[in-house]
Every structure is written in structure tokens, then in C-alpha cells.
Design a binder for this molecule. Structure first.
Ligand code: ATP
Ligand code: MG
Ligand code: FE
Length: 345
């Protein structure tokens, strides 16, 4: 089955086409993406600008995706779009476009939860049978969940304040490293001394596997204020120290979640890491080390499928459609939509 997927929930305008075979394996047939850079000047995403840019670019990206895959609408089995959570103006642009196309071409509409898109991407790129432990680390989220199946998520822990991607973005902003912050911090950290600044690891010693990043962010601010002058090496050292602290926190809490999930993950436990922050190479190596220590298998999609893209939406749509799940044309867009609140298979 072949599905077109549209992603417009933040500042990526994207259209992609995937094939899902009956055996559950997938193939990416087209992947068109436009990362809106106009927000850089503001140091963050401006919702109204983002929504307008989606309107301007989405049609051309859909046409480009069809031509990349050498397909036309008659070859498709369904149209998927992010229905939430996200910036509501942008979500509306993608969802309304998908509704129009589904209606015009007589195809089923699949309204995809953006987080489920991140959560299932590993099944497009790798062999990742259910169940698995999911570490979802993105611009708006930091959660540990057991993924039992499509639509079936049980949350073990989550951030009690900032998302981890947000911590990267704010750290980058404070250091004047630009936007988006994650890749900028990773780049600066590469030439830094990760042991120079003593930054906190919030929630150490506390039960469970929740996360907290706001104290870490404050500590970065304080470290900057304590320096008389902030040169490039100071920034590199601080970025590296920050990244190491994030690595310690993610590895520790994910280790606890592996224990909490225990036998529920079966004899060969799998950890899937998803969301934009999963693109970070240092964090990948930290989680790889954790998995080796615990006898678990680590599965992380390639970096370009960790940050927002259309393929994840097309794929989640295909997984739903394969189970006979689709949505009515009056489906509402949702600004908030937790993964634990999904229609299950
Ligand atoms: P959500 O998925 O929670 O709705 P989002 O869609 O805005 O939020 P994603 O696109 O999944 O988030 O991820 C973007 C985030 O990932 C940003 O905060 C960005 O800084 C971070 N990020 C991207 N690349 C890296 C990297 N190499 N290292 C660390 N963080 C990164
Ligand atoms: Mg983005
Ligand atoms: Fe995302």
C-alpha cells in the first residue's frame, strides 16, 4: 500500500510517499522537505509566519514528491497528514490540504498524531517489531514509553518542565549559537572540554524515570554570567559540558525505564530513540553504550528522519491504514494530543 504524508505542525513543510508491504516492511519512495529558515532572525518559530509559509510551499512539495516517486494520485491508497499536536495554524494547512485531496481522489484520510509519526519511524527504516521501549526526545517532548502496537502507548516517564530539544535550543540562544539550537550545540561541543563546567543532573536519586531540564538551563545561564568574557572556547566547553549532562540524564533515566519495563519487553529488549534530538551523534553513542551494558538492541532512524519530515507521517498513516484505521473528513485538528490518548489498533 502506498501513502502520501504531509507534515506542517511546526517549521518544516514536508510531503513524502512510502510503500508498506504486507510483511510490514517499508520503502521510502519520495521525501520532500522545506525547512523554513525565516524564523532564524527571531530566534524561534513564529507561528503565523510558519502557517503562511506552509500555504505557499505545500502544493509544490506534493507535486515534487509525486514526481520523485514517479507516481500520480491514482497510484495512492491513502492520504495522511499531521492532525496534531503542534502549532494549530500549520496543522490546519496540512490537514485541510489532505482532506481536499482525499475527497477529490476518493482516497481514505488518515489523521496522524505527530508523535506517533516519530514513534513508528524506526519500523520504516529498521526491523523494529512491537513491543519496544521508546525514548522520545524532540523539540516539545521528552518521554519514555512502552510501545505495544500502533496506537498503544504506555508512558513510564516524562519531563516535568522543559523538553530536551527546548533545552538545546535555549542553551544555543543564550550562547548566541543561532537557531535551530540542537545542531549548533552539537557542533560547538565537538571541540569543547565536557568536564570544564560542573552542571547539575536534576532528579538524581529520585524514583521513577521522569526528566527535568530547567535547572540545567539555569545553570548554563549562571555559568555564562560568571565568565567575564565569553570566547569561542568557553562556548565550546559549555556546549560540551551541557551535552554531557544531557547524555548522563538520558542514559540514567532510560536505564531505569528498561528496568521498569522488564519482562514486558520480551527476552530481546529493544530501545528505539526518536525525535529531533535523536539526530545527536554524541547522545546516540551514550545510548549505544547503555544498551550494550544492558543487553538491549538500540534502534535509531537516520538523522534526517529523526527531525520532522513527511516520511514519518506517511509511514504512520500506512501503518494505520494497514490495520483498517482511517478518519472521517470532519476530523478536527488538535493543538494538544498526548500519545496515550490515541485510537488503538
Ligand atoms: P515535537 O516533535 O515534540 O512536536 P518538534 O517537531 O518541533 O517537536 P523535532 O523536529 O522532532 O521537534 O525536533 C526538533 C528539536 O530537535 C529541536 O529542539 C532541535 O534543536 C533538536 N535537534 C535537532 N538536531 C539536533 C542535534 N543534532 N542535537 C540535539 N538536538 C537536536
Ligand atoms: Mg523544525
Ligand atoms: Fe517533531
Amino acid at each position: 500500500m502506498i501513502v502520501l504524508g504531509l507534515e506542517t505542525s511546526c517549521d518544516e513543510t514536508a510531503a513524502a510517499i512510502v510503500r508498506r508491504r504486507a510483511d510490514g516492511t517499508g520503502e521510502l519512495l519520495a521525501n520532500q522537505i522545506l525547512s523554513q529558515m525565516d524564523h532564524a532572525a527571531y530566534g524561534g518559530v513564529v507561528p503565523e509566519l510558519a502557517a503562511r509559509a506552509h500555504v505557499t510551499h505545500l502544493d509544490a512539495l506534493i507535486t515534487a514528491a509525486l514526481s520523485e516517486a514517479k507516481l500520480d494520485f491514482t497510484d495512492l491508497d491513502g492520504i495522511a497528514a499531521t492532525a496534531g499536536p503542534g502549532l494549530i495554524g500549520g496543522v490546519l494547512v496540512g490537514l485541510m490540504t489532505a482532506k481536499g485531496l482525499a475527497f477529490a481522489h476518493g482516497l481514505p484520510l488518515i489523521g496522524v498524531n505527530h508523535l506517533e509519526g516519530h514513534a513508528l519511524t524506526a519500523r520504516l527504516t529498521d526491523e523494529a517489531p512491537f513491543p519496544y521501549l521508546l525514548l522520545l526526545v524532540s523539540g516539545g517532548h521528552c518521554q519514555l514509553l512502552i510501545v505495544e502496537g500502533v496506537g498503544r502507548y504506555e508512558r513510564l516517564g516524562a519531563t516535568i518542565d522543559d523538553a530536551v530539544g527546548e533545552a538545546f535550543d535555549k542553551t544555543a540562544k543564550m550562547m548566541g549559537l543561532g537557531y535551530p539550537g540542537g545542531p549548533a550545540v552539537e557542533k560547538a561541543a565537538a571541540s569543547g572540554n565536557a568536564d570544564r563546567f560542573a552542571l547539575p543532573r536534576p532528579l538524581t536519586g529520585r524514583e521513577g524515570c521522569d526528566f527535568s531540564f530547567s535547572g540545567l538551563k539555569t545553570a548554563v545561564r549562571k555559568a555564562l554570567l560568571d565568565l567575564e568574557e565569553v570566547g569561542p572556547q568557553d562556548k565550546a566547553d559549555l556546549a560540551a559540558s551541557f551535552q554531557k549532562a544531557v547524555g548522563d540524564i538520558l542514559a540514567r533515566q532510560t536505564g531505569k525505564a528498561l528496568e521498569m519495563a522488564g519482562a514486558r519487553l520480551g527476552p530481546a529488549p529493544r530501545l528505539v530513540v526518536a525525535g529531533g534530538v535523536a539526530a545527536n551523534r554524541y547522545l546516540r553513542t551514550r545510548l549505544e553504550a547503555l544498551c550494550q551494558e544492558r543487553g538491549a538492541q538500540l534502534i535509531v532512524p537516520p538523522p534526517k528522519l529523526c527531525t520532522d519530515n513527511g516520511a514519518m507521517i506517511a509511514w504512520a498513516g500506512a501503518e494505520r491504514l494497514a490495520l483498517g484505521l482511517s478518519d472521517p473528513l470532519d476530523l478536527a485538528a488538535r493543538a494538544r494530543w498526548p500519545l496515550t490518548d490515541l485510537a488503538a489498533s
